[in-house]
Design a protein around this ligand. Sequence first.
Ligand code: SF4
Length: 364
Amino acid sequence: MTDEANETMNNKHSPMKDKIDILDRTPEELISDMELLGERPYRGEQVFQWLYQGAASFSEMTNLPKTLRRKLEGKYIIGKLKQLKRLVSSDKRTIKYLYLLADNNIIECVLMKYHYGNTLCLSTQVGCAMGCSFCASATGGLVRQLTAGEMMAQILEVNRDIAGLNWEPVSGVVLMGSGEPLDNYENTMKFLHQVHNPRGYNMSWRKITLSTCGLVPKIRLLADEEIGINLAVSLHAPNDKIRRKIMKIANAYTIEEVIGASKYYFEKTGRRVTFEYALISNVNDNPEHAFELSRLLKGFPNHVNLIPLNENRHSSQKRSQDAAIQRFVDILKSSGVNVTQRREMGLDIQGACGQLKTAYYEEL
Ligand code: SF4
C-alpha cells in the first residue's frame, strides 16, 4: 500500500469529520447559524461572500472579529478536499484532479481550457448506480451522494490550483463527471443555486450544463424549475433495443419517453437540448443507425454531440473507426440534423469519467 493510501486509511478519525462543511450552507442558513452563535445576522452574509471569493481559511476573513473567526473554526471546515493526483494533458489544455473527501472516498474532476473560458467537469456522486456499460464510474456502483458543498469545493479547489498557473478562474461547469446528477436531485439543485447566487459565485445559468442518462421524471421536474441551464441527454442509441444493451436506464424508460421529456424541457426553458451519442464500433455506428437517429430527432430544435468512445480497460467496447465516424456525421448532416463531433480532450490523462479513480485504486 502506498503512503498516500496509508494516510487515507489513518485519516478515518480526523476531527474534520465532525465539523460541518460551511460550503454546504446557503446564505439564509448562515444567517440563522450566526444568530445561534450569538452574532449579528449580517455576519452570515459576510462569511458567504468570503467563501465564494475563494477564502481557504477563516483567518483570511479579516472584516470578522477574531472571536467570531475562532467560533467558526470550532464549528466548520471550508470544504477541504485533499488533492491526491493532478495530471496535465500533453497539450496543456486539460487538467485532471483526483480528490480525497473527508470520509476517505475519492472523486475526480476535469478542467478544460477553451478560448472562451475554463470549464470544470465535476462529479455529483461517489460512483454511480446507472451502470452504463462503457463507463468506468459504473464499475463499483453508487457509493454515496455528494453534498452541494462537496460539488462547490471542486470549483474552489481547482481555482486555487490554477491561480498558480495564471489561468482565469472556472467560468463554466458541466455536471458530467462521476455520477448521475438527477439521481442526487436535491443536493444538485442546492449546488446549482449556490453557484448561481449573484452574492456568491455568480455563475450565469447559461454557463451550466447538466448531463443525464435520461431519468425521465427528473428531466420534467428540472424543466419545471425554469432555471434555463443547458441540458445534455446521453442517448447513445437510435432505438430501445441497442440502448438496453449498453444502458441499464433504458429498461426503465423508453427512448420515446426520453425524447418526450427533452421536448418538454425545450418548451419550458427555451433551451435547445443536446443529445450525447458515444460512437461504439459495430454497436451503434452503422449508416442505418444514423438514419434512424435523424428520424427520431426530427421536429424540434436540438443538437447531437458525437463522441468517439473513450475506451476503458473494464469494457471490451471499442471506439468507432474514423471512417465510420465520418460516415455517421455526413448522414446526420445531410438529413438536416445539427451535429458536432466533440473534441477528444485529455485522452492521455484518462479524461473520461471514472478512469483516473479506477486506475488509482488499482495502484494501491
Ligand atoms: S455514463 Fe454517467 S450515468 Fe452512466 S454510469 Fe457513467 S457516470 Fe453513471
